[in-house]
Ligand binder design. Structure first.
Ligand code: GTP
Ligand code: MG
Length: 418
């Protein structure tokens, strides 16, 4: 979930931003925006560092850390220094590293960065563009907070940085560096750098092509990752009030370069390289997103023979390709329909044939049965006739016998009377 809080206007804001000269002229009229993404595990001092960097208290309520996934929370503030207006957006990764299964932790960060690129691309593709007044939310710098373990980078850090390095300018920083001794810190920095190199993680390099900043930038590249300490608490040192963290054994001064690299980070991020970070975001990271997105949509600069291909030609080629596909699909569907009809016809014919065969079989069966019955009837009739004849003969015999019997009795009676 992406949470945008309403724009907070800070008018009487006492911010120490040292504007590079070239930026002042360019941005004085319009103002400009700068968007920082803070990635790091819970409680690594992200909010404190932002407050320390911009000399204010940004976040109101503490963030909740019981969500099932990582959420990105974005706050935009309007800052003013002399006559220069800066629209600063700070994006925080809430719940990063809190889950037991950290496999997908980077996904919502990548999604957030892509969403901002997509919004800019959509604005760019509009017929009526208003890019000059468009609130550009693309992330210009990603401060990656590394826990001061003194050991090696966690796999979560390596995976996340690897997934982000082609999308954003990563500036790795060792958070809460007052928790680690000076000698351990030197070794830790070397270890982190070698791990980043061996895993092919591309971190942002301060540019050395502009000779006015080449020297300082190349020196600062050698100090990466910056070991920082954050605090908004002010302590009196000598006759000056300075930001520091007080411990029973001493005081860590945030802006003392012998104590930590906070000043180096502030100088590099805000004073010297803010414009380069914005430029790199546009020319490198956004350009890559835009190219992949347009290629995904089928746009190309050259045809298969490497000849230049205009947008109009691409559109027409794409349209023809689409129409061709449509026709092909239509033909395929027609063929499929004909095939299905043929199949159905064959099925019906087969069923009809089976029915006919069944009918013939039953007819024959019926005829056979009929013939059998007729034969039976005939034999029964013959039998009956035979029986009748026998009966008639028997009756005849019986009557003859009776007649014969009658005359004999008469004869006997006559003889007896005599
Ligand atoms: P979530 O937003 O909750 O993830 O935390 P966070 O990363 O914003 O950390 P936050 O700034 O809230 O600081 C957490 C605790 O660490 C607070 O008690 C800070 O005072 C402390 N803290 C911040 N910066 C430093 C630092 O540089 N060194 C030490 N030792 N403690 C620090
Ligand atoms: Mg915080």
């Amino acid at each position: 979930m992406i949470n945008y809080t309403p724009l907070l206007s800070v008018s009487n804001f006492k911010i120490i931003i040292f504007m590079p000269d070239q930026l002042v002229n360019k941005s004085v009229n319009h103002g400009f925006c700068f968007n920082i993404l803070c990635v790091g595990e819970t409680g690594l001092g992200k909010s404190t560092l932002m407050d320390t960097l911009f000399n204010t208290k940004f976040e109101g309520e503490p963030t909740q850390h019981n969500q099932p996934g990582v959420q990105l929370k974005s706050n935009t503030y309007e800052l003013q220094e002399s006559n220069v207006r800066l629209k600063l957006t700070v994006v925080n990764t809430v719940g990063f590293g809190d889950q037991i299964n950290k496999e997908d932790s980077y996904k919502s960060i990548v999604e957030f960065i892509d969403t901002q690129f997509e919004a800019y691309l959509q604005e760019e593709l509009k017929i009526k563009r208003t890019l000059h007044s468009y609130h550009d939310t693309r992330i210009h710098a990603c401060l990656y907070f590394i826990a001061p373990t003194g050991h090696s980078l966690k796999s979560l850090d390596l995976v996340t940085m690897k997934k982000l390095d082609s999308k954003v300018n990563i500036i790795p920083i060792i958070a809460k560096s007052d928790a680690i001794s000076k000698s351990e810190l030197t070794k830790f920095k070397i270890k982190i750098t070698s791990e980043l190199v061996s895993n092919g993680v591309q971190i942002y390099q301060f540019p050395t092509d502009d000779e006015t900043v080449a020297e300082i930038n190349s020196t600062m590249n050698g100090h990466l990752p910056f070991a920082v300490v954050g605090s908004t608490e002010e302590v009196k040192i000598g006759n000056k009030m300075v930001k520091a963290r007080q411990y029973p054994w001493g005081t860590v001064q945030v802006e003392n370069e012998n104590h930590c690299d906070f000043v180096k980070l502030r100088e590099m991020l805000i004073r010297v390289n803010m414009e380069d970070l914005r430029e790199q975001t546009h020319t490198r990271h956004y350009e890559l997103y835009r190219r992949c997105k347009l290629e995904e949509m089928g746009f190309k600069d050259t045809d298969p023979d490497c000849k230049p291909f205009s947008l109009q030609e691409t559109y027409e080629a794409k349209r023809n390709e689409f129409m061709g596909d449509l026709q092909k699909k239509e033909e395929e569907m027609r063929q499929m329909f004909v095939q299905r009809v043929k199949e159905k016809e064959a099925e019906l014919k087969e069923a009809e044939k089976e029915l006919h065969e069944k009918f013939d079989r039953l007819k024959k069966l019926h005829q056979d049965e009929k013939k059998k019955l007729e034969d039976k009837k005939k034999s029964l009739d013959d039998e009956l006739n035979g029986f009748k004849q026998k009966k008639t003969a028997a009756e005849l015999l019986q009557s003859q016998a009776q007649q014969a019997g009658g005359s004999t009795t008469l004869k006997r009676d006559k003889e007896r009377k005599k």
